[in-house]
Design a protein. Structure first.
Length: 394
């Protein structure tokens, strides 16, 4: 069993999970999506069910109808649309709702259940409501006598909540209060604003602040709880390699960023398809320009260069990745191999191994390779993704 935890959102993800990650520690699924996915999930992978409560933080007009129908089944659910109740929640109503919602999750015999929590709001963090929900989850587990791990979620919605020490302290104080009144085995944290392949210039500092946060969190909780972070593309692996977390949450070939669940989204008719660029430890948008870039890159690389076989293979098979499913499998396969290479090192040596791995990608992208196509925006420099991660490995 490997420590990574894939986040599954649709049936194609179930197929990729089965093909590439059937040895995962758990598979994360939202409760309202589980009925349509359960038959396709591999039985070898334990379930981690998220009750999808976070959708209440989305404006009512923007919520999926299927999510609304799911939540309407539970008593007192309408209370969480009432600003007056959210400002002054009543514990009996919170308990009634949480009990019914968690009963629904427990019916599928998961290994883990996320404690219902409102995402961390910058102006109104709703700490009191979240504390009541944590208490309710603990009371539910005790009264039902179920053997399931409870995971306390910290879903950040603005980068300043992690970048600033004062804002981090507010969150840590909330965790400390919840530790006194509730019981849970793990903590899951994710920054919903972080797409860590975008190559933004502020990423070096943002990664540093995330590392500090997990140090502060571990100092607060001790070593008795397991930590999960992500899904991200590389920050999760960085945190894991540095032993800041126990479980890197990962995507399944398409999305390596977490979005608040429950929002109605109009998908583009022709969404971007991505392919992994293995020697650079990143992906890029599939396009005719990318194929040209691959050809140009092969022209400047010596025949003996270790990166050449992987780039030549991608160039030769490029046409087969024009469709979403083959491309997602190509990305997932690369990501599994990348993790396998890191995991082959002893725990004490993984941070150095990741640094060396990313350094090789940085040198390759920095020197001989041309700029990537304009689709990559701020990450057009081939080495940019590896650079930001590399600088925070040690």
């Amino acid at each position: 069993m490997q420590p990574y935890i894939p986040f599954v959102t649709r049936k194609t993800g179930c197929q990729i999970l089965t093909r590439h990650y059937a040895d995962a520690a758990a598979a994360h699924v939202h409760a309202d999506r589980l009925p349509s996915l359960k038959a396709d999930l591999p039985r070898s992978v334990p379930l981690w069910i998220n009750p999808a409560f976070e959708g209440f933080s989305i404006a009512e007009a923007d919520r999926k109808k299927s999510w609304q129908a799911f939540m309407a089944k539970f008593p007192e659910s309408t209370k969480f649309n009432d600003p007056a109740f959210l400002a002054k929640p009543r514990q009996p109503a919170v308990q009634s709702f949480a009990t019914a919602l968690l009963d629904e999750c427990a019916a599928s015999s998961p290994k883990r259940i996320t404690i219902p929590q409102w995402p961390i709001d910058l102006t109104d963090p709703k700490f009191k409501l979240n504390r009541y929900l944590a208490e309710a989850a603990t009371s539910w587990r005790t009264s039902r006598n179920v053997t399931v791990e409870l995971v306390f979620p910290l879903v950040f919605t603005h980068q300043s909540q992690l970048d600033g020490k004062a804002e981090r302290n507010k969150v840590l104080a909330h965790v400390e209060r919840c530790l006194k009144c509730s019981d849970f085995e793990g903590i899951w944290s994710v920054d919903t604003t972080l797409a860590d392949q975008a190559g933004t210039g502020t990423f070096e500092k943002r990664f540093q602040c995330s590392i500090k946060f997990f140090d502060e969190l571990r100092s607060l909780t001790g070593h008795g709880k397991h930590f999960t972070a992500g899904p991200y593309w590389g920050l999760n692996l960085l945190l894991w390699a540095r032993a800041k977390i126990d479980h890197p949450a990962i995507g399944l070939g398409a999305t390596y960023q977490y979005h608040i669940h429950g929002r109605f989204i109009i998908l583009p008719q022709h969404p971007n398809v991505h392919v992994a660029l293995p020697p650079l430890r990143r992906w890029a948008t599939y396009s005719a320009e990318l194929k040209t870039w691959l050809a140009e890159s092969l022209n400047v690389l010596p025949a003996s260069h270790p990166a050449r076989p992987a780039l030549a293979d991608l160039h030769n098979k490029f046409g087969s990745y024009s469709a979403e499913d083959p491309a997602r499998n190509q990305v997932a396969h690369f990501y599994k191999e990348w993790f396998r290479i890191l995991a082959a090192n002893p725990p004490a040596g993984r941070a150095v191994a990741l640094y060396q791995d990313l350094s090789a990608a940085y040198v390759l992208g920095k020197a001989p390779l041309p700029l990537l196509p304009k689709d990559e925006k701020s990450a057009r420099r081939p080495e940019r993704v590896a650079q930001h991660l590399m600088l925070n490995c040690l």
